[in-house]
Design a protein around this ligand. Sequence first.
Ligand SMILES: Cc1cc2nc3c(=O)[nH]c(=O)nc-3n(C[C@H](O)[C@H](O)[C@H](O)COP(=O)(O)OP(=O)(O)OC[C@H]3O[C@@H](n4cnc5c(N)ncnc54)[C@H](O)[C@@H]3O)c2cc1C
Length: 474
Amino acid sequence: MRHVTDEPRMEADVVVVGAGLAGLTAARELTAAGWTVRLLEARDRVGGRLKGLDLGDGKAADLGGEYFGDKSTLIAELGRSLGVEGFRTYDEGRRLTFVGGRRHAYTGLFPWRLAPATLADFGQAVLRIERLCRTVPPEAPWLAPGAKELDSQTFWSWCRRNVATPTAREFLSMVTEAAYCASPADLSLLHVLYYANASGGFRYLLEISRGIQRYRFEGGAHSIPQKLAATLTDETRLGAVVRRIEQRADSVVVSGPGFEARARWVVVAVPLTLSGRIEYAPALPGYRDQLTQRMPAGAALKCLAIYDEPFWRADGFSGQVTTSDGPFRVALDTSPPGGSPGVLSAFVTGSAARELTRLPAPDRRTAVLGALTRALGPRAAKPADFVEQNWLDEEFTRGCYHGFAPPGVYTSYGPALRAPIGRIHWAGTETGVHQMGSMGGAVDSGLRAARELFARAAGDRDPGAAILGAVGRG
Ligand SMILES: Cc1cc2nc3c(=O)[nH]c(=O)nc-3n(C[C@H](O)[C@H](O)[C@H](O)COP(=O)(O)OP(=O)(O)OC[C@H]3O[C@@H](n4cnc5c(N)ncnc54)[C@H](O)[C@@H]3O)c2cc1C
């Protein structure tokens, strides 16, 4: 891989903007088909929302995306093809949750010692969400039966009408914030259902051993983009912050401080919100700009507390700690295979992230370790190391896990997510179908963007119009 200053003037068939999983996948497909590609990455590393932390002794942890399940076929296949194998997430012993003002130790999906009325209420809510999400097609949620109605309410409005007991609502809000990095009041009900169905189901999204968090990657998920980029050393340019994309009659010119790249087509594979911050000439049509104005990224910090050993395992705990009003929504055992060192990852998401990011870093550390200590005892208070990854502050990410839709967005602007505009094609996990929002969604979007270009080269001259034909039918 080279720095962009090594080649400030570039020419290629396709320029791909962003070397996360989506951009890397698109670049690999195009290169494999014999096209010339320049993959422009703003940072001095590849991987975007996948980032590693060196734990020493050849071991590593993930500061970004990490988990996958049996339904995560695309990312599992990609990992395997690069020699990155999965291993089972540690999920033995009791879980701990702090809801309704009390500490509960339990096994299974919910704390069974809660009042029977609360349990029954939570169970019926999950069942209804599960049934409803199956009606939302991941390839076009705006075409779901009753899409307008589903998209004209927040998930919180739905909870207020359909979940009667305060503790069941509190538990549902907590798991929603952990899975979506946004509060139920932020989210369109249609988005909640869409993401759940694209992931494999609502309950599947919340589960560990029987769900999307069943596996992690040996050496870390971040090693996948690193290995992929090692196959694209001639194509990848680091330090290339794309600021402007100019479409001309016969080409597109992609530029930023100190470089310019000319190509026939461009694939923009950056987080959705950030795609709206690039300058386009001519300006993008209003329907696309309105979309990027309306889909913010979720809010998440990932805090890793590293201990000599996973002491909670010997105490009979799985390491999973959830809190409805604490500094994080969920903490999980993310120790490397073999369990040394012991690592707890605390996911500070949604409203917790909004509150904690207002505090200085030392206070955030105190708050996270305080909650872990309350759950797992005094040994949690003294980690050998504590590392915080604040994704909100990252200039080239600006939040995570993915961009979400408040009410009204998909049914008004949804098809603009993927519709090419002239010589510009879109990738990035937010535009994925299979496991949109996750690593699989990124891979899916990169494959689709490459397929669009192959079809174009074969004579399909206006793919954007075909996709946009679906606008307004939702
Ligand atoms: C804390 C956290 C936990 C997560 N947990 C999971 C999980 O357990 N399982 C799962 O499947 N997924 C998880 N995800 C989501 C997953 O990581 C993402 O969906 C996926 O990595 C997104 O890939 P992408 O290529 O679409 O985008 P990105 O990874 O964001 O890549 C976009 C790239 O574009 C670059 N870029 C941005 N702007 C510019 C510009 N102007 N010019 C040039 N380059 C630019 C960025 O630097 C970046 O490298 C998690 C994410 C986070 C942050």
